[in-house]
Design a protein. Structure first.
Length: 563
């Protein structure tokens, strides 16, 4: 295989071959340019309440100034633990504009998972929805967090309506468990409204950052069983945003007015896939419909009925769930321009049903947290599902390599490797992991086994890693096995992924027990208390022994084949 980039010949008309992140001095500049240019445009809608770009500008400046007033060191890490509510974009922009690094946190983390991420990142502040504050309360004293901003569901929904939403969530739905955040060690706990009010009294000081400074620590699985932070620089994020803009442009331009483009933000914004598309919306001045709970399919469908929607990114399981709802087929799909699949493999059956129902082809792409979710994609002008992950996006090189780092001929399977301005700089404070992740010629090893044809189209054929992909989320067996090994009565265990129509893959756990009274329910309850939902096994099989190599390494591959 050569490096002549054969894929460029197959780009849709108008898509550039490269992008230039250096056109911006920093990521905050890209954000602030958009805020000023689109000040009067609508940015997001949540529960029928709109936020304009001008409001996003004002609120994020206030929160950024408040963070600066806390005396955080330049480049300090600030965690954001929020679902898809208006506060997310405000907090994200505030952190970046104040000169800090944003650490995105899954709100459904258990205490164990949250403690690791806060401690590993060295976060000194966190913005959190009160629904999840009880988890933070369990571990905050074991972290470096000194400043906590607590927000409620209705805080940015306005006046009496917002107050009613907060009351309903707290007292009717009872979705806010009791919590008490300790104030020892000089820790402060500040309500969202107070932080905004106090910050508005101060000017936002210059952030002093450049494209070389970190923008996000995006946590992903680790070979040691603990997640590690992909250090995404401002250059990485700007490049990824421009790459997305270039690739989706030919489809979205058909609206004739980007202000009218409505993107559906159902995937969690803390996930790199949705985060990148949120930044794309800001860059192009379009707007987002925020879906706080996409698992409530009836409410999701009801929201889709309210206004035309043009871009719907989702994982295969979410596309499938929508298709199963009886009212989904009655929606108006005449404005839908992009149905973007990612996060997990898209199934041909779901893709065919989606196109038959909506008239819009499902377009599959591939990316990682380490690449800002950008890598390859099928052309958005495609008229049908291809079953491939498409072509490298502008400025990206894809190579199929063997274990020695040698690039293989077209059609021969090997490890998918990627190089480009969107690829992370390093794993946070993990130089050995970083060194292992890159080839000598600067490609990131992805762990996916793929082939590339002579036209540059890539197809995933397997995964080199033992990673399990559950509804678009990476589950690393080592982490799960480390947790289960602490369960009383367990001698050893192994976790593998098995095919699942709903989730893509489900987790099956093989356990050797020392106590015959240990039941499947016992193991599942133990996992429920220590692992977030998508990491929990769905099946447990007890065995007398696990298959192993001569040196004692468990053969997960053999377990997978038998499962």
């Amino acid at each position: 295989m050569t490096t002549d980039r054969p894929w460029l010949a197959h780009y849709p008309d108008g898509v550039p071959h490269t992008v230039e992140p250096e056109r911006f001095a920093s990521l905050p500049q890209m954000l602030e340019d958009a805020f000023r240019q689109y000040a009067d445009r609508r940015f997001s809608v949540c529960m029928d309440r709109w936020m304009t770009y001008g409001e996003l500008d004002k609120l994020s400046a206030a929160l950024g100034a408040w963070l600066q007033s806390r005396g955080l060191a330049p480049g300090a890490r600030v965690a954001v633990m929020l679902p898809n509510v208006p506060q997310f974009a405000v907090a994200m922009a505030a952190v970046l504009r104040a000169g800090y690094t944003c650490v995105n946190v899954n709100p459904l983390y258990t205490a164990r998972e949250l403690r690791h991420q806060l401690a590993d990142s060295g976060a000194s502040a966190i913005v959190i929805l009160e629904n999840f504050a009880h988890t933070l309360a369990e571990v905050v004293e074991q972290t470096g967090v000194r400043h906590v901003v607590v927000t409620a569901m209705g805080d940015q929904l306005g006046g009496s309506y917002g107050a009613w939403i907060t009351f309903a969530v707290r007292h009717l739905a009872k979705m806010v468990p009791a919590y008490a955040l300790p104030l020892s060690g000089g820790r402060s706990v500040t309500p969202w409204a107070d932080a905004l009010k106090d910050g508005a009294a101060h000017p936002l000081a210059p952030h002093g950052t450049t494209l070389d400074h970190p923008a996000f620590l995006q946590y992903t699985g680790g070979t040691t069983g603990l997640s590690k932070g992909a250090e995404l620089t401002q250059r990485n994020i700007v490049a990824a945003t421009l790459q997305a803009e270039a690739w989706f442009g030919p489809a979205l331009a058909r609206t004739g007015d980007m202000a009218q483009v409505n993107g559906i933000a159902a995937l969690p914004l803390y996930h790199i896939f949705a985060l990148t598309l949120c930044l794309l919306a800001i860059r192009q001045g379009s707007h987002l419909t925020l879906i706080p709970n996409p698992r409530d399919i009836p409410k999701f469908v009801a929201v889709l009925k309210k206004r035309p929607f043009h871009m719907l990114p989702a994982v295969n399981t979410l596309f499938n769930a929508l298709l199963q709802h009886p009212e989904f087929k009655s929606l108006d799909f005449s404005h839908l321009l992009v149905s973007q699949a990612g996060g997990m493999a898209a199934s041909e059956g779901t893709a065919q049903a989606w196109q038959q129902t909506t008239g819009c082809a499902m377009v599959e792409g591939w990316g990682m947290s380490e690449t800002c979710a950008i890598g390859t994609n099928n052309p958005v002008t495609a008229t049908g599902f291809s079953g491939t992950i498409g072509l490298p996006l502008p400025g990206i090189d894809i190579a199929i390599k063997d274990d020695a780092g040698i690039t293989l001929p077209y059609g021969q399977p090997g490890e998918l490797c990627i190089r480009g301005p969107n690829v992370m700089r390093s794993y946070w404070n993990q130089p050995e992991e970083t060194a292992r992740a890159f080839t000598e010629d600067g490609y990131l090893r992805t762990g996916d086994i793929a082939t590339m044809d002579a036209g540059g189209t890539t197809r995933i054929v397997d995964r080199k890693k033992d990673m399990i992909l559950v509804s678009g989320f990476n589950v690393y067996p080592n982490e799960l096995e480390n947790v289960v090994s602490l369960c009383p009565g367990v001698v050893e265990c192994a976790a593998v992924g098995v095919a699942c129509e709903k989730q893509g893959e489900a987790i099956k756990l093989f356990v050797v027990r020392r106590d015959a009274s240990l039941s499947e329910d016992d193991v599942l309850r133990f996992c429920h208390d220590r692992l977030t939902g998508y990491k929990r096994p769905r099946q447990v099989e007890f065995r007398e022994a696990l298959p192993k190599t001569n040196v004692g390494k468990i053969l997960r591959r053999e377990l997978r084949a038998k499962a």
